[in-house]
Design a protein. Structure first.
Ligand SMILES: Nc1ncnc2c1ncn2[C@@H]1O[C@H](COP(=O)(O)OP(=O)(O)O)[C@@H](O)[C@H]1O
Ligand SMILES: [Mg+2]
Lengths: 306, 258
């Protein structure tokens, strides 16, 4: 299968001596929805910068749909649409002009460019704002305009660098919905985030990066399965005075009618419930407490540090 | 869609965007040079010039008109590219071009073309203004166009390089104020260097602007302080040098790609 993105031994040391990437290898298959996950300063933006030629690598190779950026940079760039981390519009340009010009830079004739601008402004609910200068848009609208701009040349690979940073939850959800749709329609998507929920919800595949190294890479589902413990919050029918002792489980009392229990993967929830029943405790409802990916993330990152 | 066709579309897009910028902010781009030049014509030409009498065999006003026109062309070509390119860098929207498949050479060409268009547009406006003050003659129209375009390209390239090096808005006014303006005033716009003592005349020959002013004056009036062949060769020489420098900076990613 064609790789949408293939990175090998990628390294970057900035002029000031910061080693932002220490040799990363990463393949993203065509059609994938890939999440590059990592804390601030991990090297996500640097990696994307190299792929899009905003940052010059100091080692390794990158190819986009088989086009090596050292040999066929222009062909590689033509395949990519970028939604950068920071807003980078000409503040005084109108939304529609921003899209039409962007299409022009990718070689799309003006008449087609205008049709595309209309299509994507509509898809991102910005058509009403087409004559407004970008400075006057709200934060969420600017983020959406960046997505529309990245799509106007209909790239095969869409790269989004923390697209939902600072966007409120409702807009974030509608953006997720939109990204899922275009991925279904065939666009390969790579997204960086430090919102774990985002990666867990959207991405089929994830790579975890920390201190310039990929510390984990695989299917989101498989990585989650690696987790050893889960924490549940239990709501009790009747309040109790103190947490019961249950052999093999760590039980904490949050308030008289709420318990928190760590369940190891070798154990079972059924067993926990029967143990609790023996203490005369009836569980009304329960929920999965921590974001599991969060935990995974912390572990991987710790592993990477040692 | 062939790469060449795509590149052409990209280039046209940059140039169109540059022209729209010039027209959108016309009170900053078109009006000031026209006002300044009108004042020059009134003060140096009509008021003072009348007392000066002849210069280089011409009425003073007629003598300085070509210099003033080419001065407007070169300052505006420079200013357009330095401020537009620096603005794009400052606002980060230069990244739109940097991530696109447009090659560096076309990005440069697009900005330079924008500068040349503004420079020549203002040259034309100033020429119209000049016609209210003095009869203009054009000895060699083709040469005149060639000199205007070459000069505009040289200064557009200069403005581009300034924009690449600039980190703050001050950085794009320092060179025009402390380098270009003095060189322009000392470049024979207002006088023929024959009036100068020998040493000053020798020094003047090290001033690039002298060659462009004189080439342009030669095209209009048929007189020049330097041989036209020398003036043209020097201009082309500056052009080649600045183009090479600009391309080198772009390919290195200086100030643009970290
Ligand atoms: N232009 C730069 N010059 C020097 N250091 C940089 C530059 N950009 C990023 N860095 C450093 O490189 C490291 C990785 O940064 P970045 O790629 O932005 O991480 P992330 O996007 O994962 O937050 C950080 O230590 C950061 O400070
Ligand atoms: Mg980042």
């Amino acid at each position: 299968m064609t790789q949408a993105l293939s990175i090998a031994g990628l390294a970057k040391t900035y002029g000031n001596g910061v080693e932002a990437l220490r040799g990363i290898d990463l393949d993203v298959a065509e059609g994938d929805f890939f999440g590059l996950l990592g804390p601030n300063g991990a090297g996500k933006t640097t990696a994307i910068g190299i792929v899009t030629s905003l940052v010059r690598k100091t080692g390794g190779t990158v190819s986009v749909f088989g086009h090596d950026i050292d040999r066929e940079l222009e062909a590689a760039k033509a395949c990519i649409g970028l939604v950068p981390q920071e807003i980078n519009f000409n503040q005084f340009e109108k939304c529609r002009d921003i899209l039409v010009n962007q299409a022009g830079f990718y070689g799309i004739p003006r008449a087609t460019a205008k049709e595309r601008a209309e299509k994507y402004l509509k898809q991102l609910q910005l058509w009403d704002k087409r004559e407004d200068i970008s400075r006057n848009l709200s934060g969420g609208m600017k983020r959406r305009l960046m997505i529309a701009r990245a799509l106007v040349h209909e790239p095969r690979l869409l790269i989004l660098d923390e697209p939902t940073a600072g966007v409120d939850i409702e807009i974030r959800r509608s953006m997720w919905e939109f990204l899922r749709r275009i991925n279904r329609e065939g666009t390969t998507i790579i997204l960086t985030t430090h919102y774990l929920e985002e990666a867990e919800t959207l991405c089929r595949e994830i790579g975890i990066i920390n201190h310039g190294r990929i510390v984990e890479r695989g299917r989101t589902r498989d990585l989650l399965a690696k987790l050893q413990t889960e924490t549940f919050e239990l709501n009790l029918r009747t309040p109790i005075a103190q947490a019961p002792e249950v052999t093999g489980y760590t039980v904490r009392q949050l308030d008289p009618s709420t318990l928190e229990v760590d369940v190891d993967k070798s154990q079972s929830v059924t067993h926990l419930f029967s143990e609790l029943a023996q203490h005369g405790i009836e569980v009304v409802s329960m929920r999965n407490k921590v974001n599991r990916l969060e935990e995974l993330f912390v572990r991987m990152v710790e592993k990477g540090r040692t | 869609m062939s790469r060449a066709a795509a590149n052409w579309t990209g280039l046209v897009t940059i140039v169109r965007r540059e022209m729209r910028r010039v027209l959108r902010i016309w009170p900053q781009t078109l009006l000031p040079p026209v006002i300044t030049m009108t004042l020059y014509f009134i003060i140096f030409g009509a008021l003072i010039g009348r007392r000066i009498g002849e210069m280089g065999g011409y009425d003073y006003m007629q003598y300085i008109a070509p210099g003033l026109i080419i001065m407007a062309v070169l300052t505006n070509s420079y200013a357009n590219v330095s401020s537009s390119f620096f603005g794009a860098k400052f606002g980060k929207f230069i990244e739109e071009l940097l991530v696109s498949p447009m090659p560096n050479s076309l990005i440069l060409l697009g900005y330079v073309a924008g500068g040349v268009l503004r420079g020549t547009l203002i040259g034309a406006l100033v020429t119209v203004v000049a016609m209210f003050f003095t009869p203009l003659t054009v000895a060699n129209p083709l040469l005149m166009i060639l000199v205007v375009v070459l000069t505009a390209v040289v200064f557009a390239l200069g403005g581009f390089i300034n924009g690449v090096y600039a980190n703050k808005f001050d950085d794009i006014s320092i060179v025009p104020t402390f380098v270009l303006a003095p060189l322009t005033y000392l470049g024979g716009v207002f006088y023929t260097v024959d009036l100068l003592p020998d040493i000053a005349r020798q020094l003047s020959l090290a001033n690039p602007i002298l060659y462009m002013v004189n080439a342009f004056r030669y095209a209009m009036l048929g007189v020049s302080d330097v041989h036209i062949g020398v003036a043209l060769s020097m201009t082309v020489g500056f052009l080649v040098f600045l183009f090479a420098l600009a391309m080198w900076l772009l390919n290195k990613g200086y100030g643009l790609r970290s």
